[in-house]
Design a protein around this ligand. Structure first.
Ligand SMILES: C[S@@+](CC[C@H](N)C(=O)[O-])C[C@H]1O[C@@H](n2cnc3c(N)ncnc32)[C@H](O)[C@@H]1O
Length: 261
């Protein structure tokens, strides 16, 4: 199986029809909006008819984009590098009656963040890490108006000294993972003031994300049974879910809320 076939298998699991494509849920998105609104009411409710200019980076199939559109005044540019996710996002936006507020953009976030455009608010759930947390925050800061706001969720250690199996797993799949104190220092070092942070609940992993994935894995196991690389991809995703089920008290996603200084 070459790289393109592996990609086919990956997107077969992470299909656009899933409820969402990373840990998160509507209540956590709404909580992040509320915390930003409480911290910076004048920024979240700008005067004038246009409202906020919002960027949703790594939007996937748009679970959080729809929430932003429902709960904030303004327009959203939703960026992802996988066309099928954007197609599904547009379908959902129409179904939810918010399509006039959302513009999709098929682009690599590394290229998009070099644009000259400016945004009042940048949102990124489970996606900044594709650029590196620090590199992504720094790149996003250049896209913000002075004093602009950002909300990003990032994989974070909750406790020191995780069991060997958990530590070794993440040494393989995500070595840059650090604790919230280190991530908060990164936020500050990238030129932001921290406005708040909170951990996503376990339900945001299991109910909204992993359970639907497990259902897909069950059917895809058969499809890729005779295909060594395909079944390895399926197994590696199953392993990710198993690790979370065993070690969710050691790590999770933390939502970091910040303002450009
Ligand atoms: C973990 S998913 C999160 C999606 C969505 N924010 C959510 O929480 O459901 C990461 C998303 O980032 C997108 N992505 C990955 N690398 C990217 C890149 N270089 N440029 C743009 N999007 C990217 C993927 O296609 C995927 O939709």
């Amino acid at each position: 199986m070459d790289q393109s076939e592996l990609t086919v298998c990956f997107y077969d699991v992470f299909d656009a029809s899933l409820p969402r494509l990373g840990p998160g849920d509507d209540l956590s998105t709404q909580k992040a909006i509320s915390l930003l609104r409480a911290a910076k009411p004048e920024r979240m409710n700008p005067p004038g008819p246009l409202g906020l200019k919002i960027l949703d980076l790594g939007c996937g199939n748009g679970a959080q984009t729809i929430q932003l559109a429902k709960h904030l005044d303004g327009t959203i540019v939703a960026v992802d590098n996988h066309e099928q996710y954007l197609t599904e996002l547009r379908r959902r936006a129409v179904a939810q009656g918010v399509s006039d507020k959302i513009h999709t953009c098929l682009d690599d976030m590394r290229d998009f963040t070099k644009r000259e455009e400016r945004f009042d608010l940048i949102w990124s759930e489970g996606a900044v890490y594709f650029m590196g947390f620090a590199e992504g925050l720094a790149a996003c800061r250049k896209l913000l108006v002075p004093g602009g706001l950002m909300a990003a969720s990032e994989l974070t250690w909750f406790r020191p000294d995780p069991p060997a199996e958990c530590r070794e797993y993440f040494a393989g799949v995500y070595p840059p993972m650090v604790d919230s104190a280190a991530n908060l220092a990164t936020v500050e070092n990238c030129g932001y003031e921290v406005l708040g942070y909170f951990a996503l609940p376990e339900s945001a992993w299991l109910e909204s994300f992993y359970r639907p994935i497990e259902n897909r894995l069950r059917s895809l196991q058969e499809k890729y049974a005779a295909d060594r690389a395909g079944s390895e991809t399926v197994e590696s995703i199953r392993k990710e879910v198993d690790i979370y089920r065993k070690y969710s008290s050691w790590y999770g996603y933390v939502f970091y809320l910040m303002q450009s200084r």
